[in-house]
Design a protein around this ligand. Structure first.
Ligand SMILES: C[S@@+](CC[C@H](N)C(=O)[O-])C[C@H]1O[C@@H](n2cnc3c(N)ncnc32)[C@H](O)[C@@H]1O
Length: 272
């Protein structure tokens, strides 16, 4: 699998690369709060251009930010994931642990949802609810929650490679959801290169851009090293979670778990 890294403005660089429609964009754009020099919102016409021209587009943001982008570019995501880090904590732990959840809006084509999302209510149930309310049935799709721990926190703070670094485990799920082996993943704002690392570990090619030299150097090292590493990644089975809600009414919305006649999980193997 190949990689191609560019130092500079990802918006202009990717527009000039003549990329094929088959590319999948996965990125974690600057928050746009002006907290550091490059923390400026990407142009809305860039988001719209991506959605109009590429197979799959997925990007991170706080919920209010993502909703604001969706309204401005007039696009409805096909999927919505909440990343709620398992090591999230309150304001007092600010310096050591993540405080907030972020979300991921996904547009276009997805793969492997059965493996990556918890079992969902029968689609028609929610499609019918949407229709009854005069809503677009696309809105009937439910998102999921992924709980991967934020990297380099607390006692590992010295290992953090970027202020907004995402966990590799989270990015491997997202890459798996957005692509097949052999596809090309593009991250125009790659930071420390987590998307690139996950992509190469999963047998995808990667194109990445970063405007800050220090982050570009970090990303280059990570991506090069991932390109040389064998992948030991196996897909998580989110369907092992059976926390579908307690009430019988909620339970009734869910079809029985896989494969067994009574909808029960298979008996555990005897212990030796
Ligand atoms: C939220 S961070 C990405 C962090 C990344 N997900 C990681 O795991 O390290 C956004 C990055 O985009 C970079 N950036 C901001 N505007 C950019 C632009 N127009 N082109 C390329 N990079 C940009 C910032 O310097 C920052 O490193």
């Amino acid at each position: 699998m190949s990689f191609d890294l560019h130092k500079g403005n990802g918006v202009t660089i990717v527009k000039g690369l003549g990329l094929s429609r088959d590319c999948r964009f996965i990125f974690d754009p600057p928050y746009g709060n002006g907290k550091y020099e490059t923390d400026k919102e990407l142009p809305m016409d860039f988001y719209r251009w991506l959605i109009d021209n590429f197979q799959t587009v997925a990007f991170f943001g706080y919920p209010e930010k993502l909703i604001s982008i969706c309204v401005r570019i007039q696009a409805i995501p096909i999927e919505w994931v909440t990343w709620n880090p398992s090591n999230k904590s309150g304001a007092r732990a600010k310096e050591f642990l993540p405080m907030e959840s972020e979300c991921i809006a996904i547009f276009g084509k997805i793969h492997n949802p059965d493996k990556l999302f918890r079992k969902r209510p029968n689609d028609n149930t929610y499609k019918n609810i949407a229709k009854a309310q005069g809503l677009n049935p696309l809105l009937s799709r439910l998102g999921d929650v992924w709980n991967d721990a934020s990297p380099g926190m607390a006692f590992n703070h010295h290992l953090r490679q970027h202020p907004n670094e995402k966990p590799v485990s989270l990015m491997t799920k997202l890459v798996t959801l957005c692509s097949n082996e052999g596809d090309t993943i593009v991250d125009p704002t790659m930071g420390s290169g987590t998307t690139g690392e996950a992509s190469l570990l999963l047998g995808r090619s990667f194109i990445g851009c970063e405007v800050v030299s220090e982050h570009f150097e970090t990303a280059s090292k990570r991506v090069q090293s991932a390109a040389l590493s064998p992948s030991f990644y196996t897909l998580p089975n989110n369907r092992l979670h059976l926390d579908v809600g307690d009430s019988p009414a909620q339970q009734a919305l869910f079809t029985p778990e896989a494969d067994t006649a009574e909808g029960k999980l298979p008996a555990p193997a005897p212990r030796r």
